[in-house]
Write a protein that binds this ligand. Sequence first.
Ligand SMILES: Cc1cc2nc3c(=O)[nH]c(=O)nc-3n(C[C@H](O)[C@H](O)[C@H](O)COP(=O)(O)O)c2cc1C
Length: 368
Amino acid sequence: MAHADLHSRNNSFLHLNELEKLAYEKLPKMAFDYYAGGAGDELTLRDSTAAYDRIKLRPRMLVDVSALNLKVDLFGITIDNPIMIAPMAFQRLAHPDGEPAMAKAASRAKTIMVVSTLATTPLEEVAAATTDGPLWFQLYVYKDKGVTVDLVSRAQENGYKAIVLTVDSPILGRRYRDVKNLFQLPQHLKVANVKGVLEKFPTSTSDSGLAAYIASMYSPALTWKDLEWIAGLTKLPVLVKGVLRADDARKSLESGAQGIIVSNHGGRQLDSTISTIDALPGVAEAVGSKVPVLVDGGVRRGTDVLKALALGAKATLVGRPLLWGLALDGEDGAHRVLETINEEFRQAMILSGNNDAASVERDMVVLS
Ligand SMILES: Cc1cc2nc3c(=O)[nH]c(=O)nc-3n(C[C@H](O)[C@H](O)[C@H](O)COP(=O)(O)O)c2cc1C
């Protein structure tokens, strides 16, 4: 048997870029396409990794890297590496253990998982799956304001440490793979955080079931006023996810946000959007050191994390590779994905002459 075959038989992988192919072999087409895909021509999706590849490093020599500090602090929580788990919907499509398995993987790696509103497990059960794993809750705003109040207060009661308000999704981006597949959740799965008609997608004979769900349930009327309202609902810090412009970052802060996540939703919303690593410096400059700026989209390598820190991020979030890990081997698979990129990040820090994740300097990177 060829070496590569042995790898795929064992579900084993050496680095994150090997994962998608392995997961493709494992998952039903509808689930794989939903996870892997992006909007439109997937230009932004492809550019999310290409944009990191364009950036070069300028390592510093003869720095004592025998002792490293890779930890970062976010609102009083210390995580072992500046690498967290991005909010992602419907994790039981990847593996029957779904979100609780992902939360356990986060806890083992001593990092934060952001749990989606669109989880296939109620937020209470995800919280119960880990004793020491810090969780944040990602919020989508339903037309019915009572649903938002309920979600935020349940997150707070169940020990979630922050609310992440996603602002890039007044409607769902047109994801042609899902349109073609008429994407639906299997009968046994539902949107577990909400009740009644909100639990199931409407049946659509011409569109992604999720697109139809969001069009009918989510509010496209959201403005900065609603951010103020949400920040006032809770004592938890509220981060705004989906910011790509300096002026929006400033408005976020004026409206009560205590953190920014530079994100284009993994290329799943507006195609042709700027890649997040290219948007990061402008946002980071506008925000200064007032609140933490995080970034997601296309983070696959330890060197990507180093580049993001140099350009002003306090931490990064990883999306799809963790779903692939979950699909391959449940909690252990997702944990291995985190361990792999954590180790690459450690090596990148050492080889670039950086011993502290909190003080990687801008001139570490060359933008071309
Ligand atoms: C399958 C899938 C589901 C997602 N669901 C959500 C979600 O429910 N809420 C949200 O704010 N972002 C969601 N995202 C976006 C991610 O949080 C994140 O921005 C993106 O995946 C990061 O890019 P990456 O996958 O290239 O690492 C989802 C992404 C994927 C791939």
